[in-house]
Design a protein around this ligand. Structure first.
Ligand code: NAP
Ligand code: GLV
Length: 306
């Protein structure tokens, strides 16, 4: 079994060592133009040249959950695309989103400002029932996030393509129930994959349908959000604020209006990081399963886009 490694912005050596330890007998090397054909690839944002040259690949293992960048390329014919399936990301996403929701709901940023200014003062407790949370995307990450938020007794709505039954979550399905989902939600959490159907999904119409004084948490992809529409909705008061982890251009360019909007909290695409050891174990397990002819979780449907 020959494995080629082609991950932009990733230090290769620890991955090669980890993969070699988890897959004794496999030949693992870093891809370079003209490298010999491999059977499997471990990839993150590879160039088109990689795909064109490695036309005999049987499987591509993406070292992230989102495959939007990969699916923009012409893939080797017949190659399976396998995404990371949790691998330690779901718990990180749950803690990030719960933190963002609770920080907003309990007004901790305002308390922080008070304390910094030497002011001792109380704010009126808010009602959880006034803060229904809508989670868009109830997949590996969205379901975990929705269940974690439900632990804090917020009313939880969830929206997905296919019907779901998740304890503590009021499930809405498909385009026909999208507006009802929005109208029932004050906080909007985005955990959709980026596909032709979901690009720009958080736009002026979406934001206008949320309960007034809404709060937006985008942890999926920057291209889900129309930046100018969010800024306008914050200006108008329809949206009280946002926590954004992902952006159309990353790093977020200097001078972008998000940097100067105090109601927006920014983080640098860090809500759920790829954890190397968990990812290597998962990829090695899946390679072994595929060699035995078994079905593995996390196979991407390129026609669906995720
Ligand atoms: P997933 O398991 O593929 O789940 C995707 C969910 O979105 C599914 O519930 C799916 O519905 C739903 N969905 C897809 N298209 C839809 C549509 N048109 N309308 C309604 N629902 C739709 O993905 P995941 O592992 O949870 O990850 C979600 C995304 O998070 C990734 O694609 C990635 O972009 C992002 N992410 C970000 C970070 C970060 O650090 N910021 C880290 C990891 C992942 P069905 O269940 O019916 O198929
Ligand atoms: C990160 O954004 C991922 O898709 O895993």
């Amino acid at each position: 079994m020959k494995i080629t490694f082609c991950c932009t912005d990733t230090k290769a050596e620890p991955w090669l060592q980890g993969l070699a330890a988890a897959l004794p007998g496999a030949e693992i090397s870093v891809w370079h133009p003209g490298a010999p054909q491999a059977d499997c690839a471990v990839v993150w944002a590879p160039p088109q040249q990689f795909m064109d040259e490695q036309s005999g690949l049987k499987a591509l293992f993406n070292i992230g959950a989102g495959v939007d960048a990969l699916l923009k390329l012409r893939l080797p014919p017949g190659a399976l695309v396998v995404r990371l399936d949790d691998a330690g990301m779901a718990v990180q996403m749950a803690e990030y989103v719960c933190h963002a929701v609770i920080r907003h709901f309990r007004e901790f940023d305002a308390y922080e400002a008070d304390m910094t200014a030497g002011r001792w003062g109380y704010r009126k407790p808010r009602l959880r029932s006034d803060f229904p949370i809508g989670v868009m995307g109830l997949g590996v990450l969205g379901e975990r996030v929705a269940k974690a938020l439900a632990q804090f007794d917020f009313p939880i709505n969830g929206w997905s393509r296919s019907a779901k039954v998740i304890e503590g979550v009021r499930a809405f399905t498909g385009a026909e129930q999208f507006n009802d989902f929005l109208a029932a939600s004050r906080v909007l959490v985005n955990l959709l994959p980026l596909t032709p159907e979901t690009v720009d999904v958080i736009n002026k119409n979406t934001l206008a349908r949320l309960l007034p004084g809404a709060y937006v948490i985008n942890v999926a992809r920057g291209a889900h959000l129309v930046d100018a529409d969010l800024l306008a909705a914050i200006e108008s008061g329809q949206v009280a604020g946002a926590t954004l982890d992902v952006f159309r251009t990353e790093p977020l360019p200097a001078g972008h209006a998000f940097w100067n909007q105090p109601r927006i909290t920014l983080t640098p695409h860090t809500s759920a990081r790829t954890l190397r050891d968990e990812s290597i174990s998962q990829i090695a397990r899946k390679i072994a399963s595929l060699q035995r002819g078994e079905v593995v979780a996390g196979i991407v449907n390129p026609a669906r886009g995720y």
